[in-house]
Design a protein around this ligand. Structure first.
Ligand SMILES: Cc1ncc(COP(=O)(O)O)c(C=O)c1O
Length: 417
């Protein structure tokens, strides 16, 4: 069982649960979990990745990569950073490290940047524009880069949802002056984020990162394997994990003493708009060794192929209904999706019912930063209230995909007109 979160003070309360209640934990994993197949590589530079764009810095989370990028770019108090009105707190909080002010811009229905709006918002204090390839789908990257070059801004390409993929024949992450990615969304790992720069690779070279202590590495191994066992993977480890849990004292000691990296595997439920939550002490810390190993070992081709297949299965399953619609019905060549976003007209009432049905899902942008309203961007406001995302990751079995589809259709009473 997990506890539903109440909304933080100052955030948009309209879509948030009103009180604490208990909801069942989905038995289908919402994020990739470790399997033997996940570690069988053998291919595979055939699938483009952000990490190939330049020599990456491997940090603990995507948000730490954003903070590190802002610092490297020399953003300072009084400077402004342009951010999309559809966001999670992890994209905004890093600004506090450098004391920059967030200015939120509008998006279009397909979640690409509203170029007229950013043109209206640029002034002498804006230094950086952050644009996201939502759910793995490329933004208007060439136009954004040209705009930034014309206005003397740095473009930070947010590839947290698009660790893999291409656009116009170029790898995602190569359009921005800098790009960040998030490992936990694509690999069976519990920490990891990266920062690359196609335009200024020399600025990353002097950054020195601290290694995490051995205890933190041990903890990551244990937590990664334990999570896999919880979801019925790695059956050979079930007994050792159970025995380790019996030895509660050493386990509690490792857990209590190992530093916990700030990566969130469930950004949709993260508390937003609580100033000061960003822990800048993690900005110069390396991601764990075990995460780096798993990321390197995993087969990119398997990830891309299975995610695309699962995404297409969900498009087919959820298209043609009244009351809800897939945000993206086409899966262009080169896209490796993060999750499958569905717009549900009455999500406010159906979300708790989806929770009760133990549907694995996340919401993104549910708690906009204080001050971001429907007036800031009507499209973002609508999506923050109506979009829910279901997993399409590489570790889902066919039976698990069917479970997701059946539960969602049962709750949303999906009958095709
Ligand atoms: C679009 C976007 N950017 C950045 C981040 C930060 O990534 P991480 O969770 O790895 O810190 C997230 C996730 O929370 C995200 O969804």
């Amino acid at each position: 069982m997990m506890q539903s979160l109440t909304a933080p003070a100052g955030s948009d309360l309209s879509a948030a649960p009103k009180a604490v209640r208990w909801i069942p934990k989905p038995e289908v994993p919402v994020s990739p979990v470790l399997s033997l197949a996940a570690l069988l590589s053998g291919d595979d530079r055939a699938v483009a990745s952000v990490v190939d764009v330049g020599r990456p810095l491997f940090l603990t989370a995507g948000r730490m990569a954003i903070a590190q990028a802002l610092r490297i770019m020399g953003v300072a108090p009084g400077d402004k950073v342009l951010l999309p009105a559809y966001h999670c707190a992890a994209m905004v909080e890093p600004l506090s490290l450098v004391g920059a002010e967030a200015v939120f811009y509008r998006l279009r229905e397909n979640l690409t940047v509203d170029m007229d709006d950013i043109a209206a918002k640029v002034d002498g204090r804006v230094r950086v524009l952050i644009a996201t390839n939502y759910f793995g789908f490329p933004n208007s990257l060439t136009r954004i880069r040209a705009f930034c070059d014309d206005h003397g801004l740095k473009f930070l390409e947010d590839c947290a949802h698009s660790l893999f993929g291409t656009h116009d024949g170029r790898p995602l992450g190569s359009f921005g002056h800098y790009a960040i990615a998030s490992a936990t969304k694509f690999f069976p790992v519990r920490d990891g984020g990266c920062l690359v720069s196609a335009a200024h690779p020399e600025t990353l070279a002097p950054v020195r990162l601290r290694r995490q202590p051995p205890l933190a590495q041990v903890r990551q191994v244990f937590d990664t394997v334990e999570e896999a066992v919880t979801y019925g993977r790695l059956p050979l480890f079930a007994l050792p994990i159970a025995l380790a849990k019996l030895g509660k004292v050493p386990l509690r000691w490792v857990r209590g003493n190992a530093p916990r990296p700030p990566a969130a595997t469930n950004p949709g439920l993260m508390r937003a708009g609580v100033p000061g939550e960003f822990d800048g002490s993690w900005v110069d810390v390396k991601g764990t060794w075990v995460s780096a190993r798993i990321c390197r070992a995993a087969s990119r081709r398997r990830i891309a192929r299975r995610r695309r297949r699962n995404f297409q299965t969900l498009v087919d399953a959820f298209s043609g209904y009244q009351g809800f619609r897939p945000l993206f019905t086409e899966l262009p060549e080169g896209v490796v999706p993060y999750m499958f976003p569905l717009e549900v007209n009455d999500l406010e009432t159906s979300f708790p019912r989806l929770e009760d049905a133990a549907v694995p899902m996340q919401r993104f942008g549910q708690f906009p930063w204080p001050g971001v309203t429907a007036e800031t961007c009507p499209v973002s406001n609508r999506y923050s209230r109506r979009l829910v995302q279901f997993p399409c990751h590489q570790e889902l079995t066919e039976a698990e995909m069917q479970t997701i589809i059946e539960r969602v259709l049962r709750v949303l009473e999906g009958t095709r007109p």
